[in-house]
Ligand binder design. Sequence first.
Ligand code: EPU
Length: 440
Amino acid sequence: MTREDDVLHVVGGKPLGGEIKVRGAKNLVSKAMVAALLAPGTSVLKNVPEIRDVQVVSDLLRLHGVDTTVDGKKGIVTIDASHVEMPAVSDVETLSGSSRIPILFSGPLLHRLGEAFIPSLGGCRIGDRPIDYHLETLRKLGAEVDKEHEDGIHITAPHGLKGTKIHLPYPSVGATEQTLLAAVLAEGKTELSGAAIEPEIMDLIAILQKMGAIISVDVDRTIRIEGVKQLKGYTHTALTDRIEAASWAAAALATRGDIFVKGATQPEMMTFLNVYRKIGGEFNVTDEGIRFWHPGGDLKPVAIETDVHPGFMTDWQQPLVVALTQAKGLSIVHETVYENRFGFTEPLVKMGATVQLYRECLGSLPCRFEQHNFEHSAVIFGQTPLEGRDIDVPDLRGGFSHLIAALTATGESNVRGISLIDRGYADFRGKLTALGADFN
Ligand code: EPU
């Protein structure tokens, strides 16, 4: 049953307008906090957003005896990992299912303690999201993985971790981070081919380099890591959350609004900005951030395919689809990263959108989901007026997209399960107020 404070009552149909600030990327900050575990010293991370994923990782660090202080207002996390200990399995299990980050503790814990217990993973329900690449990477580096435990995985490295050659069948963000965090202190060299090269990964590499690691990235997605004997703490300012920035940009477009996203940066958003422009959205890049607005008139349809960086991010897809319901004509979205990321369109259809899902690949990118029966392509026909409805939030990005839909729709909506959005959108209620949204 949904708690009363977990529902947002939205009166839509008003353009969002004003200024909001976006801090560091959720998908970097959590990994940067794990990296601090590699060094027996103090690390300071700045520009940290007040989101639940930060709390989950802080709790997990503390359970391992690591002194972790979070100053939410200032956005500073201080981690002193001088002391690390193995927590009781029952304590770790309490965090079971709350995030996918725990699996990334494996490498650092193997280096510091020789063993790790990883609780069953959570994260958004957007496809199977297996961890086979993670476990294969750890095994190749010399770890022994015991999956017999009911509530998690026990990993040991009786002979330490040793550098090796690893190839990823798909440029997985998490498996690339797993390799980086495990290989930096492994003995000898590690060569990772088929790696992901997302800006958040580059920022993690920058942090590891500050800590004393030796890592090079080649043009052909090969990352080479020369293991070092020890690392030291870091001080780092996290790069901006380009997913949150794009989500607010999509909200500006869908509601015919005008939002200045303070902190948004252009280089990491270039692919998004090109699409935004093709749809007819306007933006202006300044030193402080990016202003996004609907210039009036009709929006244009587009054909997009999600992909790994530097392609169009899968996490941008969901909020943008809501904006595409307001474009005049047929838009096509081919999702090639997750097999099941269009479930969120069902409530949109109930609100009045015309979205048809297809199992076929409606695009030309090589796609792992071809011939697999997954509804991973969508055709959106606009412009359709949306009407307020009661909606249940399915996952983080889908949930924010529903919020945008409720704000775009005429009439009233109850968006239920809203706390899921706190996982990745800091103070979104405060930001909605700043933008003049009508909700309670
Ligand atoms: N995959 C496997 N086996 C694995 C790992 C991944 O088959 O061992 C598959 C996944 O099932 C998926 C694809 O590879 O189909 C890509 O997964 P990836 O490992 O790249 O994703 P992730 O590391 O689990 C991160 C972000 C996601 C973001 C993806 C893609 C974090 C905490 N999460 O997930 O962010 O969508 O990369 O960019 O960094 C979000 O922020 O809402 C979110 C879901």
